[in-house]
Each structure stands twice: as C-alpha cells, then as structure tokens.
Design a protein around this ligand. Structure first.
Ligand code: ZN
Length: 128
C-alpha cells in the first residue's frame, strides 16, 4: 500500500499494464493444451516470466518483434495474440522464458548440426 501511495501516475499505469499482461497470459495458459505449466520443465511460475512459443507462423501473424519494446507494447502484443492462440492453440507452446530462449537458440541449427550436437551432448560424461 505504501508503494502505491508513493508512486507517480505514470509508474502506476506501468504497474497496471504489467498486471494486465500477466492476467492475459495466465488466462490463456489455462487452456487444456497448456495446463498452466512450461512445456519443457513443468514450472508454473518463473522469475523471468512465462510466454507462448509460436511453433509456426501464418500470414499476418501477431509477431513480438513488430511491437514496441515497452510495457504498453507488451500488453498490446498479448491482447492481439490471445484470439489467435484461442483459435489455434496447437500452433503454440506455453513455456518459461528460460526455455523459450533455449528453444529459439536450438531452432537456429539445421537438422544435421542439431543431430551432431545431441550426439556430442550424450557423449559428454559430465551430465547427470
Ligand atoms: Zn521451463
């Protein structure tokens, strides 16, 4: 409460937009396909947040890079994305941002390189 009293209207607006964004994400994550948990690790919350990974894109898709990199841009992105996810949930995975970054990174490799990387990882004895 003390924090709210001491914030400027601008800060208050930003906080409110962040809350709205989180509410939209949580609402979409409740769809049966997503079960409100990261597809990779199963976490329900993450320090770095949760997001939706596009498995493939369609014409005129809602794409994050086309939105301003600020709080209101993020809110608008999820507002625009929600109907598309509801229309076709199979195009998306719900993931924590840590694993979203990992998916984006490994998706840059072609099949052959990825196969070799997997083999190298399996050969590496330091793994648990
Ligand atoms: Zn995860």
């Amino acid at each position: 409460m003390w924090q709210l009293i001491n914030t400027t209207p601008k800060t208050y607006n930003t906080m409110n937009q962040r809350l709205q964004t989180e509410e939209i994400k949580k609402r979409i994550a409740k769809l049966p396909r997503f079960k409100s948990k990261c597809y990779v690790c199963g976490c329900k919350i993450s320090k770095r947040g949760m997001t939706f990974h596009h498995l493939w894109y369609v014409f005129n898709d809602v794409v994050y890079k086309n939105y301003p990199k600020n709080t209101s841009g993020q809110l608008q992105y999820y507002k625009d994305l929600e109907p598309l996810i509801r229309e076709s949930p199979k195009r998306f995975l719900y993931v924590c941002n840590t694993h979203h970054q990992a998916i984006e990174r490994i998706s840059r490799y072609g099949d052959e390189l990825f196969k070799r990387l997997l083999k190298a990882r399996k050969l590496t004895r330091a793994n648990k």
